[in-house]
Design a protein around this ligand. Structure first.
Ligand SMILES: CC(C)(COP(=O)(O)OP(=O)(O)OC[C@H]1O[C@@H](n2cnc3c(N)ncnc32)[C@H](O)[C@@H]1OP(=O)(O)O)[C@@H](O)C(=O)NCCC(=O)NCCS
Length: 276
């Protein structure tokens, strides 16, 4: 079964916008329009209505991520084949699925993708009593990030995350402009940070990290509590975040802060050029 995809024209993009908005892939139509204009290949559609929102996952990796994908299970193998071709045309050799529920993973597996990351989603619902805020260790303060922090934050991310998860410089710069970045500072050095995003009534905590040398002193718990308090003040009805299932430290930290793990599993799947 063949399937033709092409970069969405303006009229096709208009039809996709409501779906992308419902999936909370973009904060506004202006952001969505800019996304398409800056990289038309990132919005792929077929004449039968299949559609994918793509992006380069990280600048240091040759991975094209499917931020969103709309395709029947039956046509998914042909859809994924075509998206692999789009990735290759962009000089990349790996395709990453959207974050999907375990029950849906088989649809992607049937399209030649394999399980790659196992993710837990945690949520806090507004109105729940916030966890008690532990005092910051002496000499540590939490403040808003400034442009001069971007270099140190990039280095910090590299220390805290493996190459799949760590941000590249441009992604960090984008988060700095679009989202809320708070840093923990000690003796003039950035030792940790959080990243929070609010779209409508839903908030996401996208990042929590503390440099290895500063761990185990309560900095992570304080950064988390500060971000949750801020998100509560914005009126966000829910705060969600994801972490790897095997990240026992962060799961313990989030549980202690009153976040509840949602039932079920989410996963990322990948297909490499070598997978055929
Ligand atoms: C997760 C992380 C931010 C914790 O930072 P931290 O400053 O060490 O955390 P704290 O000292 O505030 O510890 C808070 C809680 O985390 C848990 N925790 C911290 N270190 C732990 C360890 N080695 N083992 C088990 N639990 C641990 C505990 O529940 C602890 O509470 P407690 O001290 O009352 O027992 C840090 O380990 C980190 O940056 N890890 C790499 C990046 C990451 O995984 N981020 C989260 C996923 S996005």
């Amino acid at each position: 079964m063949s399937l033709d995809l092409h970069p969405a024209r303006a009229d096709e993009a208009r039809r996709i916008w409501p779906v992308a908005k419902r999936a909370r892939l973009f904060g506004s139509v202006a952001e969505f329009d800019a996304f398409r204009t800056e990289g038309p290949w990132r919005l792929q559609v077929s004449d039968r209505g299949e559609c994918a929102v793509l992006e380069r996952w990280r600048e240091h990796l040759g991975i094209v991520a499917m931020r969103g994908a709309w395709c029947s299970a039956e046509r998914m193998p042909a859809f994924v084949d075509r998206l692999m071709q789009v990735a290759r045309d962009q000089g990349m050799d790996t395709l990453l699925s959207p974050l999907v529920a375990e029950e849906v993973a088989c649809v992607y597996e049937a399209a030649g993708m394999r399980l790659f990351e196992d993710i837990v989603v945690l949520r806090r619902v507004s109105g729940r009593r916030a966890a008690r805020r532990t005092p910051l260790p002496d000499g540590v303060r939490i403040r808003s990030a400034i442009p001069a922090d971007l270099g140190p934050l990039y280095a910090l991310d590299e220390m805290c995350f493996d190459e799949f998860w760590r941000y590249d410089a441009s992604r960090l710069a984008r988060h700095f402009v679009e989202d809320r970045l708070m840093v923990a500072e000690e003796s003039g050095e950035v030792i940790g940070y959080t990243l929070a995003t609010v779209i409508g009534s839903s908030a996401t905590l996208g990042r929590l990290a503390v440099v290895p040398d500063a761990r185990g002193r309560g900095v992570g718990a304080c950064l988390l509590a500060e971000a949750l308090e801020y998100l509560e003040r914005t009126g966000a009805a829910t705060v969600s975040l994801c972490t790897q299932r095997d990240n026992a430290v962060s799961r313990a930290l989030y549980a202690a802060a009153g976040l509840r793990e949602l039932p079920g599993r989410l996963c990322f799947l990948v297909r490499d050029a070598s997978d055929g």
